[in-house]
Design a protein around this ligand. Sequence first.
Ligand code: G6P
Length: 608
Amino acid sequence: MCGIVGYIGENSASPVLIDGLKKLEYRGYDSAGIAVFGGEGVQVKKTKGRIADLEQKLVIEGTPEGSVGIGHTRWATHGAPDDLNAHPHRGGNGRITLVHNGIIENYIELKIMLEQKGYKFVSQTDTEVLAHLFDFFYNGDSLEAMSNVMKTVRGSYAAAVLIDDRPDEIIAARKDSPLIVGLGKGENFLASDIPAVLKYTRECYLLDDNQIALLTRESVKLYNINKQEIHKDIYHVTWDVEAAEKGGFDHFMKKEIAQQPGTVRDTLSPRIKNGSVVIDELSLSDEEIKNIGTIHIVACGSAWHVGTAAKYIIEHLAGIPCEVDLASEFRYRNPIVRPSDICIVISQSGETADTLAALREAKGKGAKIVSIVNVVASTIARESDDVIYTLAGPEIAVATTKAFSAQLNVVYLLAIKFAKARGLISKEEEEKYCREMLKLPEIIEGVLKMDPYLKELAKKYVNSENVFFIGRGLDYAISLEGSLKLKEISYIHSEAYAAGELKHGTISLIEEGTPVFAVATQPDLLEKTLGNIKEVKARGAKVIALVGENHTDADEFADDIIRVPEVSDFLMPSLTVVPLQIFAYYMAVGRGCDVDKPRNLAKSVTVE
Ligand code: G6P
């Protein structure tokens, strides 16, 4: 959600900025812009639409020349996604040029104050307040001005600033929005995320909240909000550029779906040793695990679906009561959290604003925080007591696939670990589950081979207006994910229902030909779901049954069948989710949608 880049060096800044912005496209945006220091001061070029539109504009109007600049992709919050509201914004008659990611909560009061002082606003953004405010505080000392701005605003920000009378410097700061500094030789970089700088350097500073970075060509100095210089360890990026490229696939989403066997293997294998689950990152002793009161699981979007599955799995295997909350609800409902509770926080990006706030809420109430995070050293990772990284590598497509699978597998590991510590499964059972989990990558490999069949299936349903998903228990959790995948990338209206709940209203939406995916893999619930399948079938639905390969009960009522191999019940989500991802992918492709960057969506949602 919004992307920031910055460059200061000897090379032409514009291409570096544009290239960096392209690497951040996955974050979601609806306008883009750059500002570059040239012979005649700072030149700004910005436009609504895609980076391709910005490039077009540069061809027509000329590319700003100069070797210092900042760039931005904006995901609109305050004001429409148009040219005027696009970043960079100017402050103080153009003396300040600024890009910003986040939300300034007290911008209205600041705007009134600044207007009274004679500042003129031209956009509807909260960001313009930051630009004028910086100008207001600037009297030749950029660090002083940044520190004062940070002390005055409330809200979240990553911001980068060019100042007219300081052509050899970029100053930047962050709070609750990611920002990294890439370290080069005779050049330095700024970005919201590592892929934007990886082409040039693997050495980075990962800024923490309330930290300031002052970049020149030769140096990067870091300060706290009180202008005291601080020193940070350099973070060395171990993955390479290819990991953030499409590698021959038409879309990142397709590549990431295909990567799932490897992702699952990487996540599981270091944590299964001699038939035992060993989670070195987990500092809870067996005694502490025995004494856990409640597990609070908080997350957003797909990660919340993993949380929904986790509740079923952990309660079933380890007998610990779990509460699953949407992070955005948890943070404001004054949840009852006791010191004996733990909070499992699930997040691919590790930056989701609501999830982070929920983490802080639980932590403030004394719960230990165990997070399942993909992005190393992200804010959620850094604020957790224990972090279990999903070793999925960079996930670029907005719609998550491989990170989802990796998160599920961490949940399996935790459930088994908890169950063992509480004496609810034997050593033999643990060994059996471990053996089975280690086979999952190969089995998922097999499920991926259904691709041509799912492609054809998507052709059959590509013109549907409404698609429903039903399932019970763990199948319900996967129905939620299947439905979200479909609607977010194909823009087809879709809803997922606990199969037993459908008749309490939603069944009135089923008409002749409405596709209904029935996920029915959990043996103890199969009969019940079968009953629900019959109910929708009787009302004209086209039923697509997603079942274990040994189950034929649904055949008679299904118009189409997707069969996946059978594994232990609690591991089935790893197999059922894959065909639903592939189906959604082909539906979106078939409808000509922008699969990797669906409209209005952002990969990393850093505002609440
Ligand atoms: C966005 C993404 C989803 C993701 C959700 C939570 O909405 O598009 O794919 O599930 O945020 O993100 P997180 O990074 O916390 O997992």
